[in-house]
Design a protein around this ligand. Structure first.
Ligand code: 5CA
Ligand code: ZN
Length: 413
């Protein structure tokens, strides 16, 4: 699939420090230094049945900071993202609003591309739809079947979680928590005929009125988890550097993806680090398409809000924290941006080099954007002479700050 246009990333006068991330599997802050020539990053993409909301945007901005931090530390990056362009929630929505499911998926994916481009998110090198990955999925199911990890219930194929000795290592959840989350997040723990209530569908046999594709196991469509496992394995290989997504994907999605891949690649974990963004809430609850408590990136853009203010307002929150959006935040960010631009326009300013160090260090430390933006605030205040602090002794300060704000935070001033 086509991704979106890449923003320009200016070169920096210094190389940033090695990146560390909080890893869900170990619960620790770990080195996230690329193991090969390029950092290998997979971030779960959207299910395109509605527009990009601020929760999605916050998650993709979080991993955009990682992409940029790796680049600023001198690494190339191979970034892969999927689009779940056929799945139950998409088909249900299409049915409910009497729109062709393919048209709905195409339209919402296109809107997502425009939102990501406006927010200056570095696009993935491989942007892969579930539909286009069906041959990969079929191949992977065949390999899992040969490994004894697949069984049939009526026309559906299930993956047996018992096949992976490391099952549970990614989330670290106990069985009761797993059962609850599995039921809440697309699983079917109560279906009769399963060997383990936690076993998940990898191939859903054809149902009347639903799209299906031919396969050696009969017509049907891919399950959700096998889609990301197959795409990541194909484009990044086993033991890639970072698997990312929102914390609602910790279980079952990322656990199952890991399991599918680890049955086939026994000597490597699916990913070296599992990094999860926090959930953005609105009106007291997690912003979610199924609840409808949404603030859309496109709606803000259509109200003439500078996308850079949307970006800044999201970066004011640490990507791993759960927080609640307040409408006033974007207006605060607009005011802040105006101040940042006013300081930049002066040309000379407070010394920039320590600020660049602080910004790069903050971002390398589990993508701490609030700390990085606060460093810029302090430089702006010093440069504008708030409280008589002005020490505009660095003639190249504005140019340097302009660059680091762009390269590291993705904000074009
Ligand atoms: N297509 C699957 C992943 S393979 C999916 O979860 N799609 S999604 O459209 O529901 O979500 C897209 C991304 O946004 C996921 O990483 C998800 O974890 C994240 N996300 C969803 N809601 C929120 C929220 N309220 N706050 C932060 N991130 C969110
Ligand atoms: Zn996924």
């Amino acid at each position: 699939m086509r991704a979106w246009e890449a923003p320009e990333i200016p070169a920096l006068p210094m190389v940033g420090p090695a990146v560390r991330l909080h890893d869900t599997a170990s619960g620790a802050l770990v080195a996230a230094t690329p193991s090969g020539d390029a950092g290998r990053l997979y971030v779960c993409g959207i299910t395109p049945y509605d527009a990009t909301h601020l929760g999605h945007a916050a998650t993709y901005l979080g991993f955009d900071l990682l992409n940029r931090a790796w680049r600023n530390a001198g690494h190339a990056v191979t970034y892969v993202q999927n689009v779940t362009d056929v799945d139950d929630p998409l088909l249900e929505r299409a049915d409910r609003v009497h729109v062709d499911w393919m048209e709905l998926a195409e339209r919402e994916t296109e809107l997502f591309r425009a939102d990501m481009q406006a927010l200056r998110v570095v696009p993935p090198a491989h942007y892969i739809g579930a539909v286009e990955s069906i041959p990969l999925v079929v191949e992977m199911i065949e390999a899992l079947d040969a490994a004894g990890a697949i069984y049939r219930v009526e026309t559906d194929l299930y993956y047996s979680v018992a096949a992976d000795p490391a099952f549970g290592d990614e989330s670290g959840y106990d069985r009761d928590t797993m059962l609850t989350l599995f039921g809440e997040r697309g699983g079917d723990p109560d279906r009769p005929g399963k060997r383990d209530p936690l076993d998940c569908v990898v191939w859903r046999g054809e149902r009347p009125g639903e799209p299906s594709w031919p396969s050696p196991f009969g017509p049907g469509r891919p399950g959700w988890h096998i889609e990301c496992a197959a795409i990541a394995r194909q484009y990044l290989g086993s033991g890639f550097d970072v698997q990312g997504g929102g914390s609602d994907l910790v279980f079952p999605h990322h656990e199952m993806c890991a399991g599918h891949a680890q049955v086939l690649d026994r000597d490597a974990p699916f990913a070296r680090v599992y990094s999860h963004a926090g959930m953005v809430a609105y009106d007291g609850e997690k912003m979610s398409k199924s609840r409808g408590n949404l603030v859309f990136v496109s709606a803000l853009r259509n109200s003439d809000i500078d996308p850079m203010a949307i970006r800044l307002s999201l970066l004011r929150h640490h990507f791993r924290s759960d927080w609640e959006w307040a409408d006033a935040e974007v207006f605060t960010a607009l005011d802040d941006l105006a101040e940042w631009r006013r300081a930049i326009a002066l040309g000379a300013g407070a010394p920039a080099e320590p600020v660049v160090h602080e910004v790069l260090a903050a971002l390398a430390d589990d993508l701490d954007a609030p700390r990085a933006t606060a460093a810029i605030d302090r430089w702006v205040a010093a440069t504008l002479g708030v409280d008589g602090l002005a020490d505009n002794s660095d003639p190249a300060a504005a140019a340097t700050i302009h660059r680091v704000v762009d390269a590291a935070l993705g904000i074009a001033l």
